[in-house]
Design a protein around this ligand. Structure first.
Ligand code: HEM
Length: 161
């Protein structure tokens, strides 16, 4: 006899990489056995100013990078900062300004024009790691944010030769 079927594995779709909300809700607790930390990660880490700091710091590193900087629009750096910051804010529960201006994120498609090799991905991740660390977040918030960025960067890799 077979038992009731249980939902196994992640929901169908793009596993949350380019979507509007994190795929798997988690409950964060303040200390061992503590109360659930409420609110979105967007709110917990300080809202828009924190995301702007993150992305500006990230682009400071990218601008020094000989592998990936040539892909970016040097003449529209402020635009690129705005797009990445707004996307991340929206993803983590902040305002949906990104989609109001840019439509559905479709991040894999938007990255098709760029040749994202494992080497390029590791350079991107290095600058993002420096930027995340510079925020000095609570460990669980940092782990949640970093885990997503790392998975998303792997999903964005589109060239293996
Ligand atoms: C894996 C290495 C990656 C490389 C080399 C890369 C490269 C780029 C480049 C060259 C652009 C164009 C800059 C612009 O005009 O805005 C861009 C845009 C963007 N990237 Fe990435 N990217 C990577 C990973 C990621 C990841 C992991 C995310 C999300 C977590 C992301 C989110 C975005 C967003 C939101 C935009 C702006 C899209 C738009 O509205 O046009 N990228 N990326």
């Amino acid at each position: 006899m077979t038992g009731p079927s249980l939902p196994i594995g992640p929901p169908a779709g793009d596993a949350g990489v380019g979507g509007a909300v994190p795929a798997q809700p988690v409950t964060l607790r303040v200390g061992l056995g503590g109360a659930a930390a409420s609110g979105s990660l967007f709110d917990r880490i300080g809202g828009a100013p924190t995301f702007d700091r993150l992305v500006r710091r990230f682009y400071e590193g990218v601008q020094q990078d000989e592998v990936i900087w040539p892909m970016y629009p040097a003449e529209d750096l402020e635009g690129a900062i705005w797009r990445l910051s707004q996307f991340l804010q929206q993803y983590w529960g902040g305002p949906s300004t990104y989609s109001e201006h840019r439509g559905h994120p479709r991040l894999r498609m938007r990255h098709n024009p760029f040749r994202i090799t494992p080497e390029a991905r590791e350079h991107w991740l290095q600058h993002m790691h420096d930027a995340v660390e510079s925020l000095d977040l609570a460990p669980l918030d940092e782990a949640e944010l970093w885990g997503y960025l790392d998975r998303a960067a792997h999903a964005m890799t589109n060239s293996f030769d």
